[in-house]
Write a protein that binds this ligand. Structure first.
Ligand SMILES: [Zn+2]
Length: 279
């Protein structure tokens, strides 16, 4: 009798328990609507003729930023801008409303018709000089400018040149680090393993330093030929930068034009060259 009473009691208790449990609703359709997969329209890359027909973005090329005497050689004067002149040039660009762009934006503009600021400009530095970091980047910072630093890897950590840490800092600060070969030999002379030494290894080394892909390459002395372009593509660079000579009709992305800002130029002269050199 006691057992039956106990069983009924437990049974009632279980019934009550079961009823008090919230009813689980199993929806027949998912409660959260899953949007139909949106496929972005495939962007069509511009062909060479279209790229060549676009208005060029002015690109400046700097080397040394330091003082030089009136008796310095012509070469030094061309490749060196005095620190006060560099400061004045950055101010003039900012006052004129220029905004710096970086390679990714240039690529998207040239290939996919991406947007640009009203007055775009790119500021680049070749050859790894230390003052590009201590003076160049510091002056640019006053105006929110970002630049592209083409590094020849043989010079890293040498006296007068940037250290690994400085290169990493530039990258972390939003500047772009590009490759400028291992030891500045011109690409028109490469044979055999030179391509690996000058194009592949420096890219890997820079990527190891900055922890980001390196996609831009500047030709030493701005010298290039059509034989070099397939090798540069194969080495996984997206763009190649020359100086103020004519672009290649087939591969304009591997012959992006720049002008060297000469130490003999006035700031006004530089501003005029920006207008006259890029069509
Ligand atoms: Zn160089």
């Amino acid at each position: 009798m006691k057992n039956i009473f106990y069983s009924v009691f437990v049974g009632l208790f279980l019934m009550v328990s079961c009823q008090s449990e919230p009813r689980k609703i199993v929806p027949e359709v998912p409660l959260v609507a899953v949007p139909a997969k949106v496929v972005a329209p495939k962007k069509v890359a511009a062909d060479a003729a279209t790229i060549l027909s676009k208005k060029e973005v002015p690109i400046l090329c700097y080397h040394n930023i330091r003082d030089f005497s009136a008796s310095a050689s012509g070469n030094i004067k061309v490749y060196t801008v005095k620190p006060p002149a560099f400061a004045q040039q950055m101010k003039a660009l900012a006052d004129a409303g220029y905004e710096t762009i970086l390679p990714e934006q240039l690529y998207n503009y040239l290939v996919f018709d991406g947007p640009l600021p009203a007055k775009p400009i790119m500021i680049t530095f070749d050859d790894t000089r230390e003052e590009q970091f201590s003076i160049g980047a510091a002056e640019m910072k006053k105006y929110g400018f970002k630049g592209v630093f083409f590094i020849m890897t043989v010079s890293i950590n040498r006296p007068g040149y940037m250290s690994k840490e400085q290169i990493k800092t530039l990258s972390d600060d939003g500047h772009v680090v590009g490759a400028h070969t291992w030891d500045h030999h011109m690409v028109t002379k490469y044979a055999g393993d030179d391509w690996n030494t000058q194009l592949v290894k420096p890219k890997a080394k820079l990527e190891e330093i900055i922890g980001k892909p390196v996609t831009d390459f500047a030709y030493p002395f701005g010298l290039w030929n059509t034989a070099a372009i397939p090798e540069i593509k194969k080495s996984d660079y997206k763009m190649g930068y020359i100086l103020s000579t004519k672009r290649d009709s087939v591969d304009p992305l591997y012959t992006i034009r720049r002008i060297i800002v000469s130490g003999t130029w006035s700031t006004d002269g530089m501003m005029r060259s920006i207008d006259s050199s890029f069509k």
